[in-house]
Design a protein around this ligand. Structure first.
Ligand SMILES: [Zn+2]
Length: 212
């Protein structure tokens, strides 16, 4: 890939990144911040991991998450039901925040990643590729699926002293979703994606001039 200028995220130092080999990183010479990491076939890996994460997320919502048994009565909750609590406004806000950071934001991020990866694979870029690429970069820091699952598991461990609890398939699917989402983060590299976008735009412009 061609050399391109990049400003360090931490200290704003402007520098030129040389072409990188597989798994090689570029660090800021002033503060040591990791500017980019190159993986061979990163685009295909990014698309596969994002699609896998979407499938696991959908399955985790479909199956039972937790089964309670108390004094002979049994109650089954799905993942979404387990965060629903509308008794008062504080809980309502927490539930909404959990729903956003654990489901809505990761889902929107993954769908956007699939869109841009698919767009890069085609001859001509899809409409709004640059806007959606910017959106993925805005959404990425708000993915908090692993914090959600840790907090919900801790709260259920506390409840275990009062009721018999069994976890359903949804927990396994949600954990697989977190693993696939983490893999998506590994191959989601801001610098590499923008470089690829600019390369595609140049290529498309070249084709337009050649045809006119
Ligand atoms: Zn720096």
């Amino acid at each position: 890939m061609k050399k391109r200028h990049i400003a360090c995220h931490d200290c704003d130092l402007l520098m030129l990144i040389p072409p990188l080999r597989h798994r090689q990183e570029a660090h800021c010479p002033r503060c040591g911040y990791v500017l980019t990491r190159f993986y061979q076939h990163a685009q295909a890996k990014l698309l596969t991991s994002a699609l896998t994460a979407i499938v696991f997320l959908v399955y985790s919502l479909k199956f039972p998450f937790i089964i309670f048994s108390l004094h002979g009565s049994e109650k089954t909750l799905t993942l979404l039901e387990s965060i629903q609590n509308v008794e008062n406004i504080t809980y309502l806000l927490i539930s909404a925040l959990l729903a956003f950071t654990a489901f809505i934001i990761p889902f929107s991020f993954l769908v956007s990643v699939v869109y841009i990866s698919w767009s890069f694979k085609t001859k001509r870029l899809f409409p709004f590729t640059s806007a959606i690429l910017k959106l993925t970069m805005l959404l990425k820091p708000w993915n908090m699926a692993e914090i959600f699952i840790i907090s919900i598991l801790i709260s259920f461990i506390k409840v275990q002293t009062m009721a018999y609890i069994e976890f359903g398939y949804a927990l396994a699917f949600y954990l697989l979703f977190i693993m696939s989402l983490s893999a998506t983060f590994v191959y989601f590299d801001q610098y590499q994606l923008w470089s690829l976008y600019q390369l595609k735009v140049k290529h498309n412009q070249g084709e337009t001039y050649a045809n006119s």
